[in-house]
Design a protein around this ligand. Sequence first.
Ligand code: NAD
Length: 355
Amino acid sequence: MSYRLLITGGCGFIGSNLVRYLLDTEPEIRLCNLDALTYSGNPANLQDLAGHPRYRFVHGNILDRPLVEGLLRESDGVAHLAAESHVDRSILDSRTFVESNVLGTQTLLDAARTVWGRGSGKRFLHVSTDEVYGSLPLDRPDLKFTEQSPLHTNSPYSASKAGSDLLALAYHQTHDLNVVITRCSNNFGPYQFPEKVIPLFVTNLLEGEPVPLYGDGLNVRDWLHVVDHCEALWRVLRDGRSGEVYNIGGNNERSNLELTRTILELLGKDERSIRYVPDRLGHDRRYAIDAGKIREEIGWEPSRSAWPGALAKTIRWYVEHPDWWRAVRERNRQRDLEPAEAAPAAPVAASGQRS
Ligand code: NAD
């Protein structure tokens, strides 16, 4: 029997990879992708799927309640990824983050409870981030975030994501909505908007430009290949327990300096290409995920994130798709030159890390 899944934010980095992953692996699935096409939403990510019999695109905003209700009425579940996702932008313009990430999620949750009804069993997968847990010290490698770790956010982005997580859990408790939440570490892979560290550094180097590294470069992130993330999302959507949170991680901690050196080496460059820039405000020092719960309950483990092979493959994708990233960079450059009223997003030329 076919399963009708609404995906929000399907034109972004992870959303577009999820659309591809599900159409490739789940023959019974029918997808509807709702995306507002903000600066990071890119129809080119899914251009080749136009006319696919099991895929439909709807251009619209998750804040549009009547639209969202109509789409949920036709769906058996939702994978909610739409969000403002870049920390640097949130430092400069937190309002947009509260609107999309908090109010947008509330709109979707409330529409789901209304349209699906109490206890319908239809699943609401809320895709969140490890950044809601805040920062770990560098000198305690034994510490990792578990699902019980307190929420301790340090950026408007992570605060808005934590707000949406709590709303999702509240809708589970008060309205018996079938909610599952995932909190994932840093993703890498194809189709990532080149403001995030890996595609930014790779495309800068391919253009002969330096790479802007924040602070001392010692901040640590846990890297996961985006297709591993997509597989985990589908497994949690299908097999996760209602009302539960599942951490997703790559067990692959790297400092930004180590990441940068590996990228330089893979592209035949040296450290003269590094330009150290002042640290991001409130920059979290270290993220590390304990993904024991998803492994033990659901049997999921990453299989595509092995380092440095998976990184080399990702870099090759950008090398082989210059038309894709040149168009995105050019559009972004144009947008940042527009007057503020027309383009609220802040310039991010010197940005280094996600998200
Ligand atoms: P992205 O910025 O590449 O994509 C976000 C997508 O959401 C875009 O297509 C955009 O147009 C759309 N969108 C934004 N606001 C919208 C709105 N109000 N209505 C409809 N569509 C809207 O982000 P991403 O990296 O693909 O992240 C997707 C999700 O995964 C986010 O919720 C993010 O918090 C989470 N996440 C990302 C990472 C990561 O490493 N990238 C890690 C953990 C969790």
